[in-house]
Design a protein around this ligand. Structure first.
Ligand SMILES: Cc1cc2nc3c(=O)[nH]c(=O)nc-3n(C[C@H](O)[C@H](O)[C@H](O)COP(=O)(O)O)c2cc1C
Length: 205
């Protein structure tokens, strides 16, 4: 794992001829889906954009960053703009299915979640949802590296424009993650990784 984390980097130029297998892509999506989230709510969704036409439009809304069209696969993370009771209900229903518990036993848990989230305005809710999505992003990055697949996390895009291109109204685009295989010509793969020393990062008290 240590080697995989040292090997990965935010890929700037992909080899557009190299494609990820469907099995590997599923494994990455499952890793994102396995990330922990507050209350287990998973308040984000993924759009796996396969249409080349849409990817061309998204690139234009991403400061022309080439990974948007040249990576094998592109996933957009989206979050809800508002609290969706329906979303919380379906989460409760999923717990019932998976754990075989009575629905009524979850009422207190549901009230607790609704109580906390209803204190947030739309911008705060988007920020809270986004925090959860970033954990998923991390899991996707690590799984890709583990599989020897290159990736690029991206926030550098026009989020409102993405929403228009993808036809989103209730949901809001917040993050992009591309996957594929690096081009030999991507010189950034040879850059040394710049990170804090552990002493700079960690304080012992
Ligand atoms: C949330 C997030 C957003 C990022 N947005 C972009 C982006 O839009 N374009 C890009 O080329 N790199 C982007 N990066 C990559 C970072 O610049 C990169 O991870 C950082 O410089 C560390 O380098 P490394 O990942 O190659 O080790 C983003 C990274 C993260 C975590």
């Amino acid at each position: 794992m240590k080697n995989a984390l040292a090997w990965r980097y935010a890929t700037q130029k992909y080899d557009p001829t190299k494609k990820i297998s469907a099995d590997d892509m599923t494994e990455i999506l499952e890793a994102i889906n396995s990330a922990p989230t507050s209350y287990g709510l998973q308040p984000f969704k993924l759009i796996h954009v396969k249409s080349p036409e849409l990817r061309d439009q998204l690139r234009a809304a991403s400061y022309d960053q080439s990974p948007v069209t040249d990576a094998s696969d592109l996933v957009v993370f989206t979050v809800n703009r508002n609290i969706e009771n329906q979303h919380i209900d379906s989460y409760m229903q999923r717990i019932v299915e998976v754990r075989d518990v009575e629905r009524e036993r979850l009422n207190r848990f549901q009230e607790n979640i609704v109580g906390v989230l209803s204190t947030l305005n739309s911008a705060e809710l988007v920020a809270w949802n986004a925090k959860q999505a970033y954990i998923g992003l991390g899991f996707g990055l690590v799984m890709a590296a583990h599989l020897g697949i290159d990736s690029t996390p991206m926030e550098g895009f026009n989020k409102e424009r993405y929403d228009e291109i993808l036809g989103l109204t209730d949901d809001h685009s917040i993050l992009v993650l591309t996957f594929g295989y690096r081009s030999d010509e991507d010189h950034t793969q040879h850059h040394k990784k710049v990170r804090k020393t552990l002493d700079q990062l960690v304080t012992i008290k």
